[in-house]
Design a protein around this ligand. Structure first.
Ligand SMILES: [Zn+2]
Length: 441
């Protein structure tokens, strides 16, 4: 590690937070330039690329000159909006106080932008790597990434093609008797669709006149909300076993719980965790938007229902059509997909995954590492799809604030990261790379 590394990262993180990259509209170029200034004059190659005016991403790379894998350290420059009235500090102040760096992006994801840049410089400048080491801080992740990582993959594949990717989306500690650190190895597919129900108009003073399309949509919403059956994928099962192990549940009980998940498993996870686990063990459908009716005294002849459907790896559009048709048996409807993005998954047990396990064990004795499937998407999906990269969400941070506080911060208010966590993140990612290159033999 660089002797002044933590201070350097804290300083850069604070300055990055001060550049307002709220997306929409993004305006990431000034933040990309800040990163570029740190790369300038070091004899390293980098490019600042814009997918559209002011939508900048920055990519840097170094070649060791000997054969070896390509590893990409990936982060994003944009942030979600922040309402200053709800915050106890100015969300774009980047204030460093009480041992924390405060502001929008302190965790998601400017921490990665700064820490990964330090790690990239450390390894690239000292040539302590093999193959190609790449750094990318991109635009647009918070709005789907198509003007950032997605654009780079499509338009500049030669710059960002990588066998391995370390990205956001995982790395957080679940404190328990033994801590568990989650590595995002998969993300669910996103399939949004609209259902259109037709009826016939009538006068609402006579409810039996006409044919009420709104009632059909209501019935459909009720049936779809029942949810498809459990399908426990191997990576999810491994995660649940690890979390139960960390809680001190004996091996036999763990096997029973995870072989009949609904019998006993979900109640062991309370509150938000129960909803999260439930969404990881099945395909889900959530009716979210309904549009129908024009006038209060007219029976509506048309009603539209939008549904947010999320699919496990291995499922696709055909499954959705089949499931909806059996769930809505007896109702007639038209169906239209408005968004389709398949699930992606990287295997566990690769050299990079093992390096993450080794780094966590070295940093937090007794801690466990578990794969994790997120129900939302990250930029990792572009790399898994385009290059078959083994992409892992792993930005390690310890739970040094209560979980309730942590959950409030991400996309919420008073986002902040402790300087101790900046150090932990930097040290652990450094160990990951050291273990990765050592493991190549
Ligand atoms: Zn993010």
């Amino acid at each position: 590690m660089h002797p002044e590394g933590v201070k350097w990262v804290v300083d850069l993180l604070s300055r990055l937070i001060q550049v307002d990259t709220t997306n929409p509209p993004g305006n990431e170029t000034p933040a990309a330039k800040l990163v570029g200034e740190e790369l300038e004059g070091r004899g390293l190659e980098y490019r600042l690329l814009e997918s559209a005016p002011n939508r900048g991403s920055v990519v840097a790379w170094a070649d060791s000159g000997e054969p070896g894998p390509s590893l990409l350290l990936l982060s994003h420059l944009d942030v979600v909006p922040a309402n200053p009235e709800e915050w106890s500090v100015d969300p774009f102040s980047g204030a460093v106080k009480d041992g924390f760096v405060w502001g929008r992006g302190a965790l998601d994801d400017k921490l990665s932008v700064a820490v990964m840049l330090r790690v990239f410089l450390d390894f690239a400048e000292s040539k302590r790597f093999r193959g190609r080491l790449i750094y990318a801080a991109t635009a647009d992740e918070e709005m789907g990434g198509r003007a950032g990582a997605g654009w780079l993959v499509e338009r500049h594949p030669e710059l960002v093609r990588a066998d391995y990717v370390i990205n956001e989306g995982g790395g957080f500690e679940i404190p328990a008797r033994r801590s568990v650190f989650l590595v995002q190895t998969a993300e669910k597919g996103v399939y949004w669709f609209k259902l259109r129900f037709r009826g016939a108009p009538g006068h609402a003073s006579m409810p039996r006149s006409g044919d009420n399309a709104l009632l059909k949509a209501a019935e459909a919403a009720r049936r779809l909300a029942r949810q498809p059956p459990v399908d426990l994928r191997p990576a999810v099962r491994l995660m649940l076993e690890r979390v139960l192990e960390a809680q001190g549940v004996p091996a036999l009980a763990r096997r029973l719980l995870t072989s009949r998940p609904l019998a006993g498993l979900v109640p062991r996870f309370s509150g938000d965790a129960a909803a999260m686990v439930d969404a990881m063990v099945r395909n889900t459908l959530a009716p979210t938007v309904v549009r129908g009716g024009e006038k209060v005294n007219v029976i509506p002849s048309l009603c539209e229902l939008s549904v947010d459907c999320r699919l496990l790896p291995g499922y696709g559009e055909d499954w959705v059509r089949g499931y909806v048709s059996s769930a809505l048996a007896g109702l007639s409807y038209e169906m239209e997909f408005i968004h389709r993005d398949p699930a992606t998954e990287s295997p566990v047990g690769t050299p990079l995954y093992r390096a993450i396990e080794a780094a966590v064990r070295a940093e937090v004795p007794g801690a466990l590492v578990a794969p994790y499937m997120s129900t939302g998407g990250t930029d990792s999906r572009f790399f898994r799809v385009a290059f078959g990269s083994a992409a892992y969400g792993f930005v390690p941070v310890r739970a040094d604030l209560p979980l309730r506080e942590m959950l409030k911060m991400v996309h919420g208010v008073d986002e902040r990261v402790s300087i101790r966590n900046v150090e932990f993140c930097y040290r652990t990612l450094t160990r990951v790379l050291e273990a990765f290159y050592a493991g190549l033999g």
